[in-house]
Design a protein around this ligand. Sequence first.
Ligand code: AP5
Length: 214
Amino acid sequence: MPGAAMASRRLVFMGPPGAGKGTQAKLVCEKLGIPQVSTGDILRARKAAGTLPAELAKIMASGGLVPDKAVVDLVGERLAEPDCKNGFLLDGFPRTVAQAEALDAMLAAHLQKLEVALVLEVPDSLLIERAVLRRTDKRTGQIYHLKYNPPPPDADLEHRADDHEDVVRKRLAAYAESTAAVIPYYEKQGIVRRVDGTKSMQEVTKAVFAALGV
Ligand code: AP5
């Protein structure tokens, strides 16, 4: 496939809650044949399995950030799995400068570097509605939106516990307080690519693929 060999394969997707990271990450991973490593998905799967410590579940439910060590350990374990050998897309990690530094150190130990930090830019005014009306199919993990991407009638829908407006506002505050600072960290490395995430899903996908050279 001409062009595919040029595409970047060690990627981070950044952007505020509800920006569309998960939606676009799935499409990029399918196209590049790399795994999507979403810290939010891993934490929710552990909660569902009853293996997430109660204090971490409480932090997630309140819209705060789980302590750096817990997520860094989780990502370290996941990136050591064989399917990450030829690339990965980190979705929702890193969320603090300390997490970004830990990731760089992990990769450097294998003589690797991150290639792109893609930032999906969406203003807060659109994010509340995106998160509050999001629904996920429990069986397939497919992400829907009651207004912009309605689910089929047979979907087994789940409304995330942290997608209620008051919690979404706290998540937005956590993003502004801790996660936005990761963008200048990657700007210094010259790997930031920004995409306007306010357009339709299809238009955003086109822009994301172009930004990644896919
Ligand atoms: P996490 O699961 O990572 O949540 P998030 O970053 O808040 O991101 P979301 O999943 O809410 O949004 P998204 O950008 O993926 O948007 P989506 O594609 O679904 O984290 C959850 C919690 O876990 C955190 O609050 C924290 O507690 C903890 N956590 C996780 N990682 C951590 C870390 N590294 N450190 C510390 N704590 C951590 O789209 C949203 C909706 O919009 C959908 O309905 C979709 O259909 C719709 N949509 C998407 N694109 C468009 C479009 N272009 N137009 C219209 N609608 C659209």
